[in-house]
Design a protein around this ligand. Structure first.
Ligand SMILES: Cc1ncc(COP(=O)(O)O)c(C=O)c1O
Length: 465
């Protein structure tokens, strides 16, 4: 008997679906075409405030920004329920890389709303989950990394939890984890311990033992490498065979947007390999945004990657791992892989990354960073006491405001927000203002307009030490 054309395919091929898709795209384009940055009206400001008060009451604490989105926007522009339109240069801390109301993506998502279920998970995966896993493995392995496996999940914390479970099973008896100082790994009971932030652990039991290694310090360079190596060696000697792995961000995200040269990571990774300690690259914030799809590819650390986690801009999170650490059945499973919408969106995002011109020193990510950096440098020359670098890596952009105190950064963030630019804080001592622009859609004009606002806000603010 000939293979039957699946009903699902017949549905997708129905000309009414193509027509509906075209109409939806046209409607969004028409309604968002004239969107421009603007303040709220006083009456709508009060309405928003009432909603925010109710929301704060429901969730127990207020939101960081007085933000409730209306559900539309265009590229980096986003409309709020108070009618204001702002430049979104943080994108939910790196999630909405495609920009707001992207109509190319919309067309891809129509099959998700026609699908039989909303969510995919343990017993029932649809074919998109397989295809996404296949594509992620191919991308991760393209320069020789031995990452043959991919387990999808719906949050970065879950991707990291799965990664640590894999590593603990791989090294029976190991009870400890190595991490960098100022690491951020997520907010589960275990990852709260890995994340180097005491306030995230208030009232929480100790679930895991973590040994910290200081991260690279550009001001100290060779001495810093020497120091990190010495501290790592001491941990390995004090607790022999006791570490399931070293979880590392290759550009520190929440820690303050600090990178390190290849030689630094090679020295640390070589020592870890000598002691048979597996290496876990946490790319939940870096994936997609540096000068290669994975930061470990930019730094040519493919040989050292035993496990890699990704999330945020991929919409679906994932733990990629080698044959050597592949766990026994039963260790990894969950009700939700993710929504079909997120899985299809993830495939679309990956296609943009692989088919677009984002990577390398001449790629779009580098150009975006250079455009921000040129504007911040010009502002620094005008007002050296108000702003300083470094300015970040690729689509991860930052500056230090004033003296780098948490209070100064907070004042600047709220000043920017009120003036129409959404950014966020990273790091402490110094606290920095960071930007994760929607790099798949952001235009040079949008970056320039957002930087004009940064100039106005920084020049109008002052800070007494
Ligand atoms: C490096 C890193 N790891 C893990 C996480 C946790 O991801 P999620 O908030 O999706 O659980 C984050 C989130 O900011 C992150 O930046």
């Amino acid at each position: 008997m000939d293979a039957r054309k699946l009903i699902a395919q017949q549905l997708l091929d129905d000309p009414r679906v193509a027509e509906a898709t075209r109409l939806l795209q046209a409607a969004v384009q028409e309604h968002t075409a004239d969107l421009k940055a603007q303040p709220a009206s006083p009456q709508q400001t009060q309405q928003l405030q009432n909603l925010l008060n109710e929301y704060a009451n429901l969730r127990g604490n207020p939101l960081f920004f007085p933000y409730l989105g209306s559900g539309t926007g265009r590229s980096s522009l986003v409309e709020l329920v108070d009618g204001s339109v702002k430049y979104d240069m943080i994108t939910g801390i790196g999630v909405h890389a495609m920009g707001h109301a992207n109509t190319d993506l919309l067309a891809e998502l129509v099959p998700a709303i026609l699908a039989d279920t909303v969510m995919q998970g343990n017993l029932q995966q649809n074919v998109e989950s397989l295809k996404l896993s296949r594509e992620l493995v191919a991308l991760a392995k393209r320069n020789g990394a031995k990452l043959n496996h991919c387990f999808l999940s719906s949050s970065g914390a879950m991707a990291n939890e799965n990664a640590l479970k894999i590593l603990f099973q791989h090294r029976p008896g190991a009870q400890r984890v190595l991490a960098f100082e100022n690491a951020f790994a997520g907010r589960s009971m275990v990852l709260n311990q890995v994340t180097d932030r005491p306030k995230n652990r208030v009232g929480q039991p100790q679930t895991i033992a973590v040994d910290y290694v200081p991260f690279y310090d550009a001001h100290a360079d060779a001495a810093s490498l020497h120091h990190s190596l010495r501290v790592l060696e001491r941990h390995l000697e004090r607790f022999p065979e006791a570490h399931c792995g070293f979880i590392m961000e290759l550009v520190q995200g929440e820690g303050g947007y600090y990178g390190a040269p290849r030689e630094y990571f090679v020295a640390l990774c070589s020592l870890l390999k000598k002691h048979h300690v597996p290496i876990l690259f946490d790319e939940i914030q870096t994936f997609g945004r540096t000068l290669q799809p994975f930061a470990f590819q930019m730094l040519e650390l493919d040989d050292y990657a035993d496990v890699v986690t990704i999330g945020k801009m991929t919409q679906v999170c994932a733990t990629l791992f080698s044959e050597e650490v592949n766990p026994k059945p039963g260790l990894l499973s969950q009700t939700f892989t993710s929504s079909t919408t997120a899985i299809i969106a993830a495939r679309w995002v990956l296609r943009q990354l692989t088919e677009g011109d984002f990577y390398g020193p001449e790629g779009r990510n580098a150009a975006i960073q250079q455009r921000f950096a040129a504007r911040f440098e010009a502002l620094r020359q005008k007002a050296p006491d108000k702003i300083s670098g470094p300015w970040g890596v690729g689509g991860m952009v930052a500056f230090t405001p004033f003296n780098g105190s948490a209070e100064a950064a907070k004042r600047v963030l709220h000043g920017l927000y009120d003036a129409g630019v959404i950014a966020f804080v990273a790091g402490q001592n110094p606290a920095r203002v960071r930007f994760l622009p929607p790099f798949l859609s952001v235009t040079d004009e949008e970056i320039e307009a957002a930087c004009d606002i940064v100039d106005q806000v920084m020049l109008s603010l002052s800070w007494e030490e």
